[in-house]
Design a protein around this ligand. Structure first.
Ligand code: 4AD
Ligand code: MG
Length: 653
């Protein structure tokens, strides 16, 4: 279907009616906004477009001014994605331009129009539209509107015997993701009578009516919800299933969406009539398959890390993990931060804690040649090594990203980091992912503001986009999770200095009975951190201005000469999720701190250069990505929120 609004018969009202229909039909794609409030905003923009941009516009200058003001700090009209509001307003504006009624557009509106015109939905709506000349706007992130292409129909087809094809599934003759059927507000009711093809892995299968019917719960990972498929013995392919369709088998089912007579789900798929069929891709020998329909312990699942994404728990974690990574990029991008890739192999120990994994080829080469490792003066001769000096896996990208910060102002890095600490706790990994923003012209308070905004953005993103996953965690992992997340969003985080924290903890000591007694100068242990966040403030708590002796060399020395402008964000149930600081920008103070810590200033020559040439106040922090996932899901062990956990003695898979 093509909607032409370029000709004389153009009517914003009709265009909007059709866009509303498309928006509702493709509910899962969130082109109608991803929350109730966003949908209301979409509606009001559609109405505005109808009133203000219909040809000829009643007050074109005023309309353009409104639009420019609104778009000044935004990528899209509403939220973080292209919606039908963008489609409607951009098409109307494009049309006015074509008529010469809105000849020159102001900056933000022009950029936004370029972004919209580069979107495939625009091309689908305006026949023959080309991206705005001179516009370099990239196609925006987020779900694409359905467009006409070889593999995906542009809009719903009228005939109910046509399957609703998903993109990129030509290999199996087209399929629809299961979430598009059942994870929708009407739980699939509007699709009743349609023919669909779904593919996935069997969660459970059982026979009924003396083997004449088979009930299969199928999941394809697009949602935690399974779809029930009822396969009648009359269906094509039924006989090939005998004895092969158990938990874990993979198959394609083409059938009709019907209302489900059982109370559990609103709709199911019936494979019975002519033109429907089942195809078994890979069968499973139930005796061999390690996952059964009953629940498994998290420890057991870790031992089958290659198959555990098929469990409900790890499936939900994977979806939330992906959403949080997406939210991270979205937050920083929309706030003007640039994504910088920092090296994983480095010669500098950022934290100065000596917990680094060494990267060397000397050992393998000596072993291959049956020789000793090259030595000089009783020490390994690293000039013979691959990098001609000792090299390590990075513990943090901070030092490298600081260089970019001191020319690009606002940057962040997001990648894996490695720590060779012999920790066997539920909060430590040897390989974990870290997000490290760095801001120029910012002090410790600006740093805390970004940290709080970013954490809240991530939590609200998951609450909006991963409802069903969160319901699973609420049900199976942590009762009260959703309330806890709502509370996290509701109030400002607590902010106290280290000295205030120590005072509080000393007062609480008789009652709290800490294992390690509290005194000024100590590093806070997990019991102290959790007590502050869980018992005292009952919400995320930022502690700042720590004693200099327990913190890294790069943190800015405060006026008192005793503390540094460091901050940690402590979360209930987890403890430290974020560690950051204002950086020492004064070369003489930095050199003193490096030496005090027993490090060599010349090892940090390039880091010191930043303080020699155009030094500026700047700040940053590191957020442990896995700890953020624990916070958002309630999962208690960090080994269950990363696909393949690495910790002492474990590097399998
Ligand atoms: O507090 P950390 O060590 O800070 C840094 O590495 C700074 N260079 C960051 C910066 O300012 N750019 O680590 C930051 C965060 C911690 O708050 C914690 O959430 C996480 O990284 N983290 C770990 N997560 C899992 N396993 C480990 N072994 C971790 N060590 C730190
Ligand atoms: Mg820390």
């Amino acid at each position: 279907m093509r909607l032409e609004v370029g000709g004389k018969k153009q009517s914003v009202r009709y265009a909007n009616a059709i866009l509303r229909f498309i928006g509702r039909f493709y509910e899962g794609m969130e082109v109608y906004g991803s929350t109730f409030f966003e949908s209301a905003e979409v509606d009001s923009w559609l109405d505005w477009c109808e009133m203000e941009l219909s040809s000829p516009p009643p007050q074109p200058e005023q309309a353009l001014e409104t639009l420019e003001k609104h778009l000044d700090q935004r990528v899209f009209l509403i939220g973080q994605r292209f919606t039908i509001a963008d489609a409607s307003v951009s098409v109307a504006l494009h049309h006015l331009q074509a008529q010469g009624l809105a000849a020159s557009l102001p900056r933000a509106t022009k950029r936004w129009l370029g972004t919209c015109m580069a979107h495939e939905a625009f091309g689908a709506v305006v026949k023959g539209a080309k991206p705005a000349t001179g516009s370099k706007a990239p196609a925006p992130a987020g779900p694409a509107m359905p467009a006409a292409s070889a593999s995906a129909p542009m809009a719903p087809k009228a005939a109910s015997d046509q399957p609703l094809l998903d993109r990129y599934s030509n290999a199996v003759g087209g399929r629809i993701e299961i979430k598009r059927i059942i994870a929708t507000p009407d739980q699939g009711q509007s699709l009743v009578g349609k023919k669909v093809s779904v593919c996935g892995w069997v969660k459970t299968a059982r026979e009924a009516d003396k083997g004449k019917i088979m009930f299969v719960q199928l999941n394809d990972g697009s949602t935690p919800l399974d779809i029930q498929v009822v396969i009648d013995s009359a269906a094509k392919g039924f006989d090939s299933l005998k004895g092969k369709v158990g938990t874990g088998a993979s198959m394609k089912c083409t059938g009709e969406v019907v209302s489900s007579p059982g109370g559990k789900q609103a709709v199911e798929i019936l494979v019975k009539a002519e033109g429907t069929e089942v195809i078994l891709f890979g069968g499973v020998d139930a005796k061999e398959y390690p996952l059964s329909k009953k629940g498994h312990s998290h420890e057991f699942l870790r031992s089958i890390a290659h198959l555990r994404p098929r469990s409900n728990l790890i499936g939900c974690v994977a979806r939330v993990r992906s959403a949080l990574a997406h939210a991270t990029h979205e937050f920083f991008r929309t706030n003007g931060f640039l994504y910088v890739h920092t090296p994983l192999i480095t010669a500098a120990d950022c934290e100065g804690a000596g917990e680094m994994f060494q990267v060397t080829t000397m050992m393998a080469e000596a072993e291959k040649d049956g020789k000793q490792m090259p030595m000089v003066n009783g020490k390994f001769d690293y000039t013979k090594d691959f990098f001609q000096k000792p090299a390590f896996l990075t513990v943090s990208g901070q030092l490298s990203v600081e260089n970019y910060c001191c020319s690009l102002s606002k940057v962040y890095t997001f990648g894996p980091t490695f720590r060779a600490e012999n920790s066997h706790t539920s909060r430590h990994l040897a390989e974990f992912w870290m997000i490290e923003p760095e801001l120029a012209f910012a002090d410790i308070h600006d740093d805390m503001n970004v940290a709080e905004d970013y954490l809240k953005y991530c939590v609200s993103f998951v609450m909006q986009n991963n409802k069903q996953d969160l319901e699973f965690f609420e049900d199976k992992i942590e009762k009260g999770l959703i309330k806890r997340l709502e509370n996290l969003l509701a109030e400002p985080f607590a902010r106290i200095t280290y000295t205030e924290a120590i005072d509080i903890l000393i007062k609480e000591s008789p009652k709290a009975k800490f294992q390690v007694p509290v005194e000024w100068g100590m590093d806070l242990g997990s019991e102290h951190e959790r007590h502050l966040a869980e018992k005292v403030f009952k919400k995320p708590t930022v502690v700042y201005n720590y004693p200099k002796d327990i913190k890294a060399f790069y943190m800015r020395l405060n006026e008192d000469n005793k503390t540094v402008a460091a901050m940690d964000v402590l979360a209930p149930a987890i403890g430290e999720v974020i560690g950051g600081s204002q950086r020492e920008e004064r070369l003489d103070v930095l050199d003193r701190r490096i030496t005090e810590m027993g490090l060599e200033p010349q090892d940090y020559w390039w880091y010191r250069d930043l303080r020699r040439f155009g030094s500026v106040p700047h700040s940053g922090f590191g957020l442990g990505f896995e700890r953020l996932i624990m916070l958002t899901t309630g999962v208690e062990n960090i080994r269950d929120v990363i696909p393949y956990p690495r910790y002492p003695g474990h590097a399998e898979f």
